[in-house]
Design a protein around this ligand. Sequence first.
Ligand code: NAD
Length: 509
Amino acid sequence: MPDSAAPLDRNSIAALLDRLGVPPAAYRDGGLPVRSPITGAEIARVRTDDPAGLERTIAASVEAFRAWRLVPPPRRGELVRIFGEELRAAKAELGRLVSVEVGKIAQEGLGEVQEMIDICDFAVGLSRQLYGLTIATERPGHRMMETWHPVGPCGVISAFNFPVAVWSWNAAIALVCGNPVIWKPSEKTPLTALAVDALFARALKRFGDAPADLARVVVGGAELGAALVDDGRVPVISATGSTRMGRLVGPRVAQRFGRAILELGGNNAMIVAPSADLDLAVRAILFAAVGTAGQRCTSLRRLIVHESLHEDLFAKLARAYGQIRIGDPLDPATLVGPLIDARAFEAMQAALAAARQAGGAVTGGERVLADRWPQAHYVRPALVRMPSQSEIVLHETFAPILYVLRYRDLDDAIALQNAAPQGLASSIFTTDLREAEQFMSAAGSDCGIVNVNIGPSGAEIGGAFGGEKETGGGREAGSDSWKAYMRRATNTINYSRALPLAQGIHFDL
Ligand code: NAD
């Protein structure tokens, strides 16, 4: 195995950040230590923002909004197009930084940057398609329509596990909609945010005449996020993270009549029906359950298998799990990198202990490579046969644990799948048209993402992304998600010489 410790020393990180345009003052002597989960070693100390800094940032965003809202949308799209070019040019470096800071394997680090490029392309097209309706009016000589206007600065609070893609889903759309963006990244992943900030600055410079404060990053923990959430000058708060965080943020935004886009925890299931193509299913299960070391919001956590194939599928899965290469995520042969930190490891061990208590049979789950990287946390992904869907199964543990349950009747399987308090992603493997359609019907999966013959994770940007129930109800990225970043005005225009009232009301002197 190649030695990954060497490219992770402070000098090589500094060289990488330099190529991405991040000034050393931002990460040399700040108050926030950043560790790479690959080795567990400290790689930077990032400068943080205090409440006064946040105040200045919000004031600058309000100013930027006054100018940006008047720029025609296709011209705004041009800025996002240029930013997409900067991302293409920096894809290798930024992808590597994602791997270094989050521990994702190289393929997934690059994939995350590709997702940013994709949403930029989508937003450029969207900048010419912010359509409003023309609506039939009941009054003669009148016309009715709706117009969409920019709404104001959008606050983006993001989680560690998609440190840059989630910001771009919000920012690319918010920017073409005419809004500045203020980003509070996860305190675990500030370096990738600083790098994106530097790339955006390059795009701004090439664009020429956009306000300087269109996209700003503020670095800090939950308190800084809370201050952003409470500020009435920020009409939209898009918050991605745990359900615990969303429970705090949602009511605070509602309290001031702001708009919250909540993208919270998931507890995603797959049903494997008797007619399933098992080879496809095993491959899909593997990517969804162990990819990103089980640290995707859409990671597969519950496998609900028909009793007729339960033993066969479990044996196939156990064989596949035995071949997974765990290790340095920058090594191209690796499929599973480290967990983000010690807390994630402890949460995983606690969940496995609870599963055993509830009668679960656990395979895997133990720490590996501790002798090589004592400060890092690598684990063997766990397969857990559960006798029933007990409390721990319904809890999102952000680690590679796959609970395996069995079912006899599809209605029962769907009920099991929908019993989770979260409602993000779901899938069914079946070649039976009736089963597939039932799963996607009103009586089927209650999730925001409902797939057939692919796993629950790895969404494309073209669709609206998000989920129901404790996942928070927000939608981001494609489809008509852009409407959450604009305000809608309904316009009625009277071009007649009379003043008829709606509903035929007479009100004459
Ligand atoms: P987290 O909730 O610990 O932190 C997320 C962000 O919220 C961080 O930036 C944090 O500083 C901020 N935050 C925390 N408390 C806050 C408060 N009171 N006010 C304002 N901001 C606050 O989550 P995490 O550990 O970084 O990420 C993992 C979680 O995120 C998982 O539950 C995962 O399912 C979820 N997630 C969801 C999606 C989605 O689209 N649904 C995507 C990625 C991750």
